[in-house]
Ligand binder design. Structure first.
Ligand code: FMN
Length: 193
């Protein structure tokens, strides 16, 4: 795998042996997939978590324990859209993945929870449309971000976000981006979280 820096493993896909269940909704199967990939590569393994779970921290801990080098989250949330005239789902499979700005608050909360739970680096994503969105993810503990949907609207979105973060840093006296990571002031956040 010349030129590949790391592997990002999407564990949200269906496992045919387990009746189509997504690997990523169960801590045990998530850990097994992680172990298998880690054992078979010398590249860093980033495991991408599904938000379609009750407690994402449990899956994150299982995957960290199985040897993942980093986590990325979130994948899409499962959703539906209905055509009221035909009474049929608008999506060919009946349901599909919801991404973009609608999922950002959920993604931020999950990144916040996971970044406080694991020691390995967390990469945040979900609805990042501009540099301020990206900085929010850094503030809740992400060490890096990924951008999906925004690129469909603006193919330069990633470059614009990098430029925006650079300007934010120089305007705020931030010498390096690591100073922003986890810098959220948590005095108003419930201590249970
Ligand atoms: C059209 C489309 C295709 C996607 N395909 C994949 C995929 O093949 N594997 C994967 O792990 N995530 C896939 N995703 C999920 C994104 O990588 C990302 O986790 C999610 O959309 C949230 O980020 P965003 O709001 O910036 O798009 C896809 C998202 C979209 C919109």
């Amino acid at each position: 795998m010349e030129g590949v820096a790391a592997l990002e493993v999407n564990i949200s896909c269906p496992n045919v042996e387990c009746g189509g269940m997504a690997f990523g909704i169960d801590p045990f199967t998530s850990a097994r997939v992680t172990e298998t990939v880690v054992r078979n590569t010398d590249k860093p393994v980033i495991v991408k978590l599904s938000p379609n779970v009750t407690d994402i921290k449990t899956v994150a801990k299982a995957v960290e324990g199985a040897g993942a080098h980093a986590l990325s989250l979130i994948n899409t949330l499962t959703g539906m859209a209905i055509d009221v005239e035909t009474r049929r789902p608008k999506l060919a499979n009946g349901f599909g993945g919801l991404s973009g700005p609608a999922i950002k608050p959920i993604a931020l909360y999950m990144v916040y929870q996971v970044a406080r739970t694991v020691k390995i680096p967390v990469i945040g994503m979900g609805g990042i449309m501009d540099y301020k969105d990206a900085i929010e993810f850094l503030m809740v503990g992400a060490r890096a971000v990924e951008i999906g949907t925004a690129s469909f609207v603006n193919p330069r979105a990633t470059l614009d976000v990098i430029e925006g973060i650079r300007t934010y840093c120089s305007e705020n006296g931030t010498r390096e981006i690591g100073e922003i990571v986890g810098s959220l002031k948590t005095d108003q956040v419930c201590s249970r979280e």
